[in-house]
Design a binder for this molecule. Structure first.
Ligand code: ADP
Ligand code: MG
Length: 730
């Protein structure tokens, strides 16, 4: 299904991308078309063109003005011509008048001359008359006088007429002069007119030329621009031409995508259908396989349980693990801090120690190398959390070694009413406290175990009521103290239950009921504070005392009323290092002796339990006595032997590992034990040996503890191998 979805998502994303690309192309195309429609927008030529057009229009305006001026001048010329014609007319009139006058005057002159002539002819008459007058005398004389005056008058008249004529002539002359003047003026006007006309024509010509020039220039410029625009257009066209196929392919792609998208649901449905069918088939197959596996697993589980029981019967309920801490800064530098511990890649139960140039090998139930995490160490305890979860458990079974399976049940078996002890053994600084308590960020077995108990109890809450209580105690110099009590200095006693069950109890030991991880943290903190305030040097003190965390799980099956009680004892033992006899004195020596004694006693007890001896020396120390009911019977014990890998610690490491191997040896009979006795190296363990000699089987076997002794053949081969090991260790 997810493949198809991924494919569909891809297609949709591709489709979206193509759509956006096409949109962008369309926008570009639109832009180009718009550019084509309105060429040269925002182009610099446009401005120039506008300027030219303006210039052109100004020129046209100027030409218009000139034309208007020309028309004006024409009008003026017309007016002047009219006036000239008028003047000519008037001149003609005055000429005609004058001619008339002249005619008249000449007529009068002629008349006058006639009169004169007639008058001249008259004197004969006059003479006659005179004669007559003379004849007639007076009368004639009078007439003569009259005539004479008349003549006088006439002559006056002629003179006057002559005067008038003269005036007239003068007038004519002036008139002629005026005419000439006028003519000259006209000529001048005409010349001026001609000149103005010519000038105007010239101006017009120039203007026309200018206009033509401007037009030509504008035209050429426009042509250039046009050319550029054309070129632009051509570029755009080619662009368009290249874009078109791209658009075509895009469209094609888009269409095919569209088609694909359209077809996709069908395809998807189809694929989903087939996938579903496949999945359901696969599920069916897995189901059947699961069923088959479950069936096999159940069978295997039964088989394993049988084997486990057999193994438990063979080995006892005691596990011995080793944990090697990493080299730390505190180890210093140089050869002293060199690593002396190596592991076997194929066997996680084997550890090699290089001691004084010789390699000694040890075999434990399980060895945790330095890189092992708390989880991994815790996992041996934790993995019980997956119990009952079909395939998950199967996985755990396949992944984890068999030994884990046994240890994981350790903590949870408390819930079922078993008692459990987990010890951390080793020299000071080997990591006991780290393994049991751990750090706040990386808690150890204590907290993880309690967490597991909580989760397990929660899981069973439907049928069971559980109460988990916690006590913390310390054994120092064989004195038991309550770490959670009001008076920590008070020494507590271990007593037998008065109910006759044979169970031990510690009157006055404080118990805290815990329900969550927070509760445990509070309890731990409380106990820790008590310990810190009680002693001046906690580190020293803690390395010389055993710290116990006792978790009691009490259950009640609500339906049956069945009650169970299981105890989980988590013990951070005192440092196992040997104290040099010469150096130690007083309290230090007493401490060392107590520690030695209790550790030896613990070893003896475990050894005795594991080798199924009749007598187990629980009473030899406070620790073993206190834990008696958690070590015996169906109880389960885990001994975590802590070792330092540093070169300087190899002697102590060797002792710790020997302790581990000793408590682990199962099938040793009396003969082999003798052999082991001979090669037991340390002086400090003489006490142990004495105890061992005193605790031979059959001496005081408690009821229910009688186990079949191993066959002599088994023993001899085993003791031979032990002897070999001891010999190599020197
Ligand atoms: P012990 O309790 O045996 O005296 P500690 O638990 O105090 O020893 O360990 C001594 C030092 O070594 C401590 O600083 C501790 O943090 C460190 N240490 C011990 N074991 C480990 C480990 N597995 N990983 C890292 N550091 C460790
Ligand atoms: Mg410690």
């Amino acid at each position: 299904g997810t493949d198809v979805e991924k494919h569909r998502d891809l297609l949709v994303a591709e489709n979206e991308r193509l759509r956006q690309e096409m949109k962008a192309c369309e926008g570009e195309l639109r832009e180009l078309q718009r550019q084509q429609q309105a060429p040269c927008r925002d182009c610099p030529h446009l401005q120039e063109n506008a300027g030219l057009q303006e210039q052109l229009s100004q020129l046209q305006r100027e030409a218009e003005e000139t034309r208007a001026k020309l028309v004006e001048l024409d009008l003026e010329v017309q007016q002047k011509t009219n006036r000239l014609a008028e003047v000519e007319l008037r001149l003609k009139d005055s000429l005609a008048e004058r001619a008339e006058e002249e005619e008249r005057l000449s007529r009068r002159l002629r008349d006058s001359q006639e009169t004169i002539a007639s008058l001249k002819s008259q004197p004969q008459q006059i003479k006659y008359i005179i004669k007559t007058v003379e004849v007639e005398s007076a009368k004639a004389k009078q007439a003569l006088c009259e005539t004479q005056s008349r003549n006088q008058y006439l002559q006056e008249q002629v003179g006057m007429q002559k005067q008038v004529l003269k005036e007239m002539e003068q007038q004519l002359q002036s008139s002629q002069k005026t005419e000439a003047q006028l003519r000259a003026q006209i000529m001048m006007y005409e010349a001026e007119l001609e000149r103005a006309h010519g000038q105007m024509l010239e101006e017009m010509q120039a203007m026309e030329e200018e206009k033509n020039h401007a037009i030509e220039e504008a035209f050429s410029r426009a042509q250039v621009e046009m050319k550029a625009v054309h070129e632009n257009l051509a570029g755009v066209r080619t662009n368009l031409l290249t874009l078109q196929p791209a658009l075509r392919t895009l469209t094609h792609d888009y269409n095919s995508l569209k088609r694909q998208v359209r077809d996709f649901p069908l395809l998807l449905q189809e694929t989903l259908r087939s996938a579903r069918a496949e999945i359901s088939q696969a599920i069916e197959e897995v189901h059947s396989t699961n069923r088959e596996l479950l069936r096999k697993y159940r069978r295997e589980l039964q088989l394993r349980k049988k084997c486990h029981n057999e193994l438990v019967r063979l080995k006892g309920n005691i596990r011995v693990f080793g944990r090697v801490r990493p080299i730390t800064k505190e180890d210093g530098e140089g050869p002293e801090a060199a690593n002396a511990v190596t592991f076997d890649a194929d066997d996680d139960g084997v550890l090699h120690l290089l001691h004084k140039g010789k390699q000694v090998s040890f075999e434990l139930d399980k060895v945790f190398p330095p890189q092992a995490s708390q989880e991994e160490v815790g996992a041996t305890v934790h993995s019980a959390g997956v119990r009952g979860e079909g395939s998950h458990l199967l996985l755990t079974l396949l992944c984890l070694p068999q030994v884990f399976q046994e240890v994981q049940a350790l903590v949870t078996s408390c819930i079922d009413g078993y008692n459990v002890c987990i010890f951390a053994y080793g020299q000071t600084g080997a990591g006991k406290t780290y393994t049991m308590e751990g750090t706040a960020a990386n808690p150890g077995i204590n907290q993880r175990a309690l967490q597991l108990l909580f989760s397990e109890v929660r899981g069973k809450a439907a049928d069971w009521d559980y109460a988990i209580t916690v006590s913390a105690a310390e054994i120092y110099n064989e004195a038991l103290r309550d770490l959670l009590g009001k008076e920590p200095q008070e020494k507590l006693e271990i007593k037998l239950c008065p109910d006759g069950s044979g169970q031990l109890y510690v009157p006055g030991l404080t118990e805290f009921r815990v329900q969550s991880v927070e509760d445990i943290n509070k309890v731990f903190e409380f106990g820790h504070i008590k310990r810190v305030t009680e002693c001046t040097n906690l580190n020293e003190h803690s390395s010389r005392s055993h710290a116990l965390l006792i978790v009691t799980v009490r259950g009640l099956d609500r339906s049956t009323g069945l009650r169970t009680t299981g105890k989980l004892n988590l013990v951070d033992l005192a440092g196992s290092e040997r104290v040099g006899r010469s150096g130690a004195e007083g309290s230090r020596l007493r401490e060392a002796q107590h520690i030695n004694k209790s550790l030896s006693a613990l070893g003896d007890v475990i050894y005795a339990l594991r080798s199924r001896q009749g007598h187990v020396p629980f009473r030899n120390s406070k620790l073993t006595y206190l834990l008696q009911d958690s070590l015996s019977g169906d109880s389960k014990t885990l001994m975590m032997v802590q070792v330092s890998p540093a070169e300087k610690n190899t002697s102590e490491t060797l002792c710790s590992l020997k302790f581990a191997e000793r408590v682990r040896s199962v099938e040793l009979g009396p003969v082999s034990r003798k052999a082991e006795l001979g090669s037991w190296p340390s002086q400090e363990h003489l006490e142990v040996l004495k105890t061992l000699l005193g605790d031979l089987p059959g001496s005081a076997a408690p009821p229910g503890r009688g186990h079949a002794s191993p066959s002599p053949g088994q023993l001899s081969s085993r003791s031979a191998s032990i002897r070999r090991k001891l010999q190599t260790s020197g």
